[in-house]
Design a protein around this ligand. Sequence first.
Ligand code: ADP
Length: 688
Amino acid sequence: MAFLYSPYAIPLFVAAAIAAALAYYALCRRKQAEALIFGLTMIAQTLTLLFYGLTTSGANLETAYLFNRLKYIGVLLVPPLWVILALQYTQRQHLLTRRNVILLFLPAVVIFPIVMTNPLTEWWWIGIKMLTLNGVSAGVTSESTSLLYKLNLVILYSYMAWGLVLCVIHFIRHKERIYRSQTTLMIIAGAIPVVGNIITQAIRHLNLFPWGLDSPLFSLSGVLVAIAIFRYRFLDIVPVARQVVVDQMPEGVIVIDAKGRIVDANPAAQAMLETSAGSIIGQSLPEATQIPELQQALAEITRSGKNPQDNRDVALSTQDGERVLSLSVTPLRHKASEPVGQIILLRDISEQVAARRELEALYQQTELERERLSLAIRTATDAIVLLDTQGTVLASNPPARQILKAQQSDRFPTSVQEFLSQIETVAGVAKAEVDIGEQTFHIVAALIPGTGLVLTMHDVTHFKQLARLKDEFVATVSHDLRSPLNAILGNVEIAQEKSFPEEERLDALKQAEKTVYHMVEIIQDLLDLARLEANIPIEMTTLQLDELAREAAERLRRTALTKGLHLQHDLDRHPPIEANRQLIARVWQNLIENAIKYTEEGTIIVRVKAVENQVMGQVIDTGVGISHVDLPYVFDKFFRVRHPKIQETTGTGLGLALVKSIVEKHRGQIWVESELDVGSTFTFTLPL
Ligand code: ADP
């Protein structure tokens, strides 16, 4: 190889340096999609100019011829790269499929070997020789060129024209000023080599340069494109959606073609698919991810083909818990034709899903608590009602509805209305006792500021009755104990009176003693009753009711006889019963004693009969009888019939109450049938 200085090489080297600088500048910014292609174009242009310069500086044919052929590396690559750049700029990336790109570079791939092998074949140049211009070495020239050479010229200029036309169409479509100036730059850049060529042809006869002006001027085109790209930053502005919105949006965007191959994907999509390093463009959709759940969903989307809309949520189990991706698929149509692909929007909705779940759980918990509270209020035996500030019922439970019978407070029972009218101005809690019909209620009103008030009503009727009974009982007991005490006092005074005859004083003492025994009897009966009512467990044994009846009758036979009464018994044998011997003996004792006490003449019959699964005891007399007015009260404590004949006899009025209490303690029943001056029949039954 041999070189010499040729001034014609200088413009070429300068242009090569400019192209190289532009290539370096662009490749440093190759993150911008179009900058990479521009950079590659500039490398190709650098090679063209560099090798052209070396051709021109070749000192012999061998050197010049070699570089003239090598120059074709760049010459062949620049036009297809320029077309790709123009397609990208004019938003026609979808045309840049693998097949189309291969087709674009096909002429270059075919022609380059032909050029390189020209010394053997002369399929390109015919008759190569050194060229001198104005006495200075200026590279090589040929006697003629092949048809292939001319065909290639047509192809290369078509490429250049294609790029130019794309820019012009873009210019016409985009009327916005900023786009206009950028596209103008692009058009000028595209037109410069063409214009250069025309000028070259026009001034050819002047023999100014050995080369066409288009070659160095293409670097000027490069400068203009660089200004368009990096100065106007059109590639940042024009495809705003692609660059700023799509690339920077948190949602993942994937575009697939009709065959399900990925043609575009933004960084967010790649992150969500967790793709290993490298681009997923060109892969089939399910191949783009290693996450099994996502793979399955994407495979289904691909299978569903051009089906219109598809929305689905995919739950992925990751190391830090669950992640949920929402996928929405929309078909892409080209001017209302068949879908040409699909756009898939991926959104990470893990946070929303987690928040929704939390909300659901919270709602369920609240619902459960509300349900529990409502159940508690519904099943409460106390009446509970919630009123608003206007006195309208907001909520109430069944007892409240039964008692108040209204949905508005001014229709409540009068006593409740009165209570409410008193508390209206009072804050806090108000309590009272109100009567509604036969019932008494303890009513509590709690004011809830801003809402109204809660009324609770507790039925205290039973306690009221108990309190009254207790008062009555205390009054009766004190009366029945005070009378004998007064009698004792009177007798003791007589006994102490020395002026009274001895006999009278002794008699008074005897009376006092009798009264004391009577009081002891009352107290004993009261204690027995209290013990029974206190529910202290009693000792049960197996016994025969008839046997106890016979024993009692035998014990009292003498007493009956002294009054001239016949005491008979009619006792059936029956299966033994479970009962307390002492208490059942007491029942017979009291009933037979009463029959003797309240009968003047006639017969007393003591009877025991087994009836079905019960055993029945009866004491029948032919005595004074009890009037129907008194009949309901004979089993009450301290009750004694107000009849002179009865008042003559001594008694506590507690005997029958005790008998009833004992029978009921044994789960039995007792009743009396009686007619005045005819006689009485006391009957009790005990379960077998
Ligand atoms: P007491 O006999 O001590 O007065 P009881 O409780 O045994 O008290 O009886 C209550 C009342 O019932 C008696 O005072 C009496 O008036 C009436 N009574 C009880 N047994 C008979 C009877 N067999 N015949 C008529 N009246 C009776």
